[in-house]
Design a binder for this molecule. Structure first.
Ligand code: RB5
Length: 145
């Protein structure tokens, strides 16, 4: 189950991602927003991140105009490692090396085609473990400090 959320700046991108996930046979839980009326991105990215942190959802994808606000919000939640992505290489490496459980996209930064390619690579790439496990553990030791 994939948590998905956006603010008013990325509703169309969220809909495109939802359609893509459905096409792939993947389930999602939509945390909103579903309107282009101005809203506050933490109200949507926060609950999506909590759902990933609690285990209700396996991964999360959050979107806003830049991807910044939603990624920063998600990374405030204990247990979340959210990568703001705009290229294919980072999508792959953040799974292999950082074991990210959430990703963020900026609807004003990446076009829909690239966004969906990034989603696919991020979803399909496994964590490598090994020395990266040690680094992730050191990273997470800073949580809450
Ligand atoms: C909303 O105007 C904009 O600030 C938001 O979508 C996001 O880009 C914030 O980081």
């Amino acid at each position: 189950m994939i948590a998905i959320a956006c603010d008013h700046g990325a509703v169309a991108l969220k809909e495109a991602i939802k359609a893509h996930l459905t096409q792939r046979g993947l389930e999602y839980k939509d945390f909103g927003t579903n309107s282009t009326d101005s809203c506050d991105y933490p109200d949507f990215a926060g609950p999506a991140a909590l759902a990933v942190a609690s285990g209700e959802c396996d991964r999360g994808i959050v979107c806003c105009t830049t991807g910044l606000g939603v990624s920063i919000t998600a990374n405030k939640v204990r247990g979340i490692r959210c990568a703001l992505l705009s290229d294919i290489m980072s999508a792959r490496l953040t799974r292999q090396h950082n074991d990210t459980n959430m990703m963020a996209l900026g609807a004003g930064v990446v076009g829909e085609k690239l966004a969906l390619e990034i989603v696919d690579i991020w979803l399909d790439t496994a964590f490598e473990g090994g020395r990266h496990q040690r680094r992730v553990e050191k990273m997470m030791a800073y949580e809450g400090k």
